[in-house]
Design a binder for this molecule. Structure first.
Ligand code: PEP
Ligand code: MG
Length: 959
């Protein structure tokens, strides 16, 4: 949003006609350095296509799309014509807001100006103003409302003065990063403004980074019976509506009851929920939060009620939104474990709220698990490239993110989103609204037809969410708002879509943020109809689909029997394209970067969905190798599954244990069914994350007991709480750090609160009874840290005496691999966390958007550290497991076995294949493969070398 200042305003301009006024506007933009002289022609041309008259004596001239090349920087100049200019459409203009914009920023400015249009006397004031500030004040600008939530409340403090309350509130805002120290100092010198009985306000606009409102209350009244101080960090006027709401609440006497209340009840009071409001709360249990599908059902339920229903997230802002608007509901960003608060007024309010609660409890169309279950897929962000890159070289392998397993070789079909060319403005809003409504209806019909013809419930479900998005009154209203402001149906609709999608993208939860793709997907469908542009048609022979990102309706429209693989330039492993590919069993590689879009249509592409690799125009030998592997894989997978319960012994009888990685104890049954010989890594922090507060001893015993029961005597390797870095625990906040991966995480954090570690260790030991329990500490850097953890363990074990327990460490920091000999003398076992070991060895953040493809755990430096660890462990008679993702990598398995790793712990789905692979190996060949890999200089060289060498080692008759 552009904010106007007095320097942007030119007072007392004069022009004989509208063309001259436009020429002055163009010159002002050029003088300000926003545009080149050629832009003036664009302003004129745009005006000829349709008037930019807005109302209240304002016009907003801006260039045509063709003239955007003349824009140097986005900017605005306001020209005042006190005598008025006769505009070509019959109006008189007193103010020109001339815009130089490279995209559609003018629509934002337009929205901003509508605030001015509604005000009484605005036109006369703008025409006559003698001072630039007066014009700026009338035009105003829209800003984000202040942050107000449970975080900004500090309640029931043991303070003795109002000043302490004000400072406590200001300090809280500083702690949250909303303000800088100068704000706190400013608040200290501000007088308190009485608000009403017992309450006061203190405010400052100094050193405010994020506008926010904090509230501090005291345990006992302080001077003058005061018990609460609101502290406002103001920026602009965005806090006005909030303060007005507060004033209304004060007038109703509602806020006087804030004394001694909890955060929840305080937020309810601030939300205006009173005796007249019927409210109900319900915990959201859906694994991925309130994403599109459940949100759709929630919205449908709200729309079916006879009274309007509002909803807010208990842990969020006390501003409730309409539960009948899909975009608003999605914008809540509600996650699993958060509480939704529904409210309604009127006779049938109680029934309406009850219906909402029941719908959420039923899972909103999804099967939901109680909070002691959690599914936390690791999300890999998309690779990003900045400039338009060159096409990939033929025959040269490219690395990207594996999203769905399997191999394919086929000619590519590059799906490009159609280009739309439409006028930005239109003369008749009614006509435009008619066109938009017709296209919305046609798009819904198209989607209905697609749903009938689609394979698989998942695709159909996603498409039905699209239908729901089309029916969202929030989207249509936003489009209509722009249309009434003079936008064409196309521009209004796309602005509404883009705004909603951008809001979705800004959400912290990546899974919810990725639903923005759905919005744009459905938005393009409607644009195609409005612009009469055909949707792209794929070939009717088998192909690899290459696209920037693949929306669900793209997939549904394609004949999936012909799509051999999906490749996307953008998107992470949890993008819909990836989810759909997995659901449809299509190999997929995502986040391959913009370069893939430069590939020439029709050339062959070899896709390896297991390793996340692409080879454009592969040579005949590579093609033959891929084809052999495709056939082979189908056969092996079937055989592997049949033999999943057999042990994994190499051809020469060397046994390697294959266990499962779990983040959820309820999945232990499934892991055993897939052939797991134990749990090799229980990520206990995911169990903690599924609780709103630290689970108590009893709860933890029950959780761990569930895994032990399912394992029926097989060992459980539990990692103690590994919080911090990329895994925050909401109720264990860690102070902001520049490098969280190098800060308070893992064992360092756990040792800072030994009582938490102690309860966890006690629960594990008690749950185990006589069953085999292996406990390991995460992120150990040397023996000293291990000893600190062991002291806690020893104290408990002396008391509980669980008979079959081992205590080990994770090797995921290079120092612990390098010092493995000193650790091996004291630990019972090692488990190598290759995910973190790789990030710390290669100095690449494991979630880095553009570098993650280079962060390959098969790197020879990582393999060297594994070798050191195994050698040190075996010299002391200790066993070594690998529990990072490398253990599932088909090329790495033989190397790890060859390095002497005793146990591989992998995602349950991969267990049959990993076991089968080990059975096809001989130890001498595995050792040779390990030496070969260790001798390579780079990860790419390791992969290249192993590709043929592993295939040869797995051939029968190698002994
Ligand atoms: C690892 O770092 O390899 C590991 C298994 O732990 P996590 O992925 O949970 O950090
Ligand atoms: Mg780790």
């Amino acid at each position: 949003m552009l904010a106007l200042t007095r320097d942007d305003v030119r007072l007392k301009c004069k022009a004989d006609d509208w063309q001259q006024a436009l020429a002055l506007a163009g010159a002002a933009l050029v003088e300000a350095g926003f545009a080149r002289p050629g832009y003036a022609g664009g302003l004129l041309e745009r005006e000829r296509q349709g008037s930019t008259w807005l109302g209240s004596g304002i016009a907003i001239p801006h260039g045509t799309p063709a003239s955007r090349g003349e824009v140097v920087a986005t900017g605005v100049r306001v020209l005042q014509f006190p005598d008025g200019v006769a505009w070509h459409d019959g109006h008189v203009v007193h103010l020109l807001v001339a815009i130089a914009a490279q995209s559609d920023e003018h629509l934002d400015i337009l929205r901003q100006l509508t605030h001015a249009l509604g005000r009484d006397g605005a036109e006369a004031m703008l025409a006559r103003a003698e001072d630039a500030d007066a014009i700026v004040a009338v035009l105003g600008h829209v800003e984000t409302p202040p942050k107000l939530d449970a975080d900004t409340l500090c309640l029931n403090l043991p303070v003795r003065s109002a000043a302490e309350l004000a400072l406590a509130a200001a300090a809280r805002l500083q702690g949250l990063g909303c303000v800088q120290p100068a704000f706190v100092a400013a608040v200290a010198s501000q007088p308190l403004i009485p608000l009403g009985p017992g309450l006061a306000l203190v405010r400052s606009a100094q050193a405010v980074d994020v506008p926010a409102l904090a509230l501090a209350t005291s345990q006992a009244p302080v001077e003058g019976g005061l018990f609460g101080v609101f502290c406002l960090a103001a920026r602009g006027e965005a806090h006005r509506p909030l303060l007005e709401r507060l004033e209304q609440l004060l007038a109703r006497g509602a806020v006087a009851g804030l004394k001694g209340l909890s955060a929840d009840t305080t937020l309810a009071v601030l939300a205006g929920e009173d005796g007249e409001t019927h409210t109900g709360r319900v915990r959201l249990l859906n694994a991925h939060g309130l994403h599109a599908r459940p949100a759709k059902l929630l919205v449908q339920t709200a729309r079916a009620q006879s009274v309007p229903v509002r909803v807010r997230v208990l842990e969020g802002s006390p501003e409730a939104i309409s539960a009948a608007s899909l975009t608003k509901v999605l914008g809540l960003g509600a996650r699993r474990g958060q509480t939704l608060v529904f409210s309604a007024h009127g006779e049938t309010a109680e029934a309406a709220v009850a219906a909402m609660l029941a719908a959420v409890q039923d899972g909103l169309g999804e099967s939901v698990q109680p909070l002691n279950e959690v599914v936390q897929p690791r999300e890999v962000p998309a690779a990003q490239t900045e400039a338009l890159p060159a096409a990939p070289e033929p025959g040269v392998a490219m690395a990207a993110i594996p999203a769905s397993p399997g191999l394919a070789v086929a000619p590519i079909y590059v799906l490009r989103h159609p280009r739309f060319d439409y006028p930005e403005k239109a003369a008749s809003p009614d006509h435009e609204i008619g066109r938009l409504d017709q296209s919305l209806a046609q798009a819904a019909q198209q989607l209905d037809v697609l749903i009938q013809g689609t394979q698989g419930a998942k695709v159909a479900n996603i498409l039905s969410v699209h239908i729901e998005m089309l029916a969202d009154p929030g989207l249509r209203d936003a489009a209509l708002e722009s249309i009434h402001e003079g936008a064409s149906a196309e521009a209004g609709w796309w602005h509404a879509i883009d705004t909603a999608a951008s809001a979705q993208e800004a959400l912290a939860d990546r899974l919810l943020a990725e639903r923005a793709t759905d919005l744009r997907d459905v938005g393009r469908r409607v644009l195609c109809l409005l612009c009469d542009t055909p949707l792209p048609e794929p070939p009717d022979t088998p192909y690899v689909l290459v696209a920037e990102d693949v929306g669900p309706s793209d997939v549904a429209r394609l004949d999936t029997s012909r799509v051999r693989a999906l490749v996307t330039a953008k998107g992470g492993a949890t993008a819909h394209s990836a989810i759909l590919a997995r659901a449809l069993g299509i190999p997929a590689v995502v986040g391959a970067g913009e370069a893939v879009l430069q590939l020439t249509a029709g050339i062959e592409l070899a896709v390896d969905g297991d390793a996340g690799r692409l080879i454009p125009a592969p040579d005949p030998e590579t093609v033959r190798r891929f084809e052999r592997r495709i056939e082979e894989q189908a056969r092996i997978e079937q055989e592997a599954y049949q033999n999943r319960h057999e042990p994994a012994c190499t051809r020469d009888g060397h046994r390697v244990e294959v266990a499962a990685n779990l983040g959820n104890t309820a999945h232990a049954v499934d892991a055993v069914e897939r052939g797991a010989e134990g749990v090799g890594l229980l990520r206990t922090e995911f169990i903690f994350m599924a609780h709103p507060d630290f689970p108590d001893l009893k709860t933890q015993i029950a959780e761990y007991g569930e895994a032990f029961d399912a394992l029926a005597g097989r060992p459980l390797v539990a990692r103690t709480l590994d919080v911090g870095g990329d895994k925050p625990l909401p109720y264990w906040p860690v102070a902001a750090e520049d490098n969280p991966f190098l800060g308070m995480r893992g064992i360092r954090l756990a040792l800072s609160r030994p009582e938490v570690l102690e309860t966890q260790l006690r629960a594990l030991l008690m749950a185990a009874g006589s069953r085999p329990l292996r406990i390991m500490f995460p992120m150990i850097k040397d023996v000293e840290e291990f000893r600190a953890g062991k002291r806690v363990f020893d104290r408990l074990q002396a008391e509980i005496r669980a008979p079959d327990v081992q205590l080990g460490v994770m090797v995921e920091i290079p120092s612990s691999a390098l010092l493995a000999a000193s650790l091996a003398a004291e630990v019972d076992f090692f488990s190598i966390g290759t995910n973190d070991l790789t990030q710390y060895t290669l100095a690449i953040d494991r979630g880095h958007a553009s570098l993650s493809a280079q962060s390959d755990a098969i790197h020879p430096a990582v393999l060297q550290l594994i070798r050191l660890t195994v050698e040190a462990a075996h010299a002391h008679g200790r066993w070594v497991g690998v529990c990072g993702e490398l253990g599932s990598d088909p090329l790495a398995v033989p190397v790890l076995v060859g390095l002497g790793v005793d146990e591989l712990s992998v995602t349950a789905r991969r267990i049959p294949q990993v076991k089968a692979m080990i059975r096809r190996l001989g130890m001498p060949q595995a050792r040779e493969l390990a030496s070969l890999a260790l001798a390579q200089p780079t990860a790419a060289a390791v992969r290249q070398t192993l590709e043929t060498a592993v295939a040869a080692a797995l051939e029968p008759g190698q002994d």
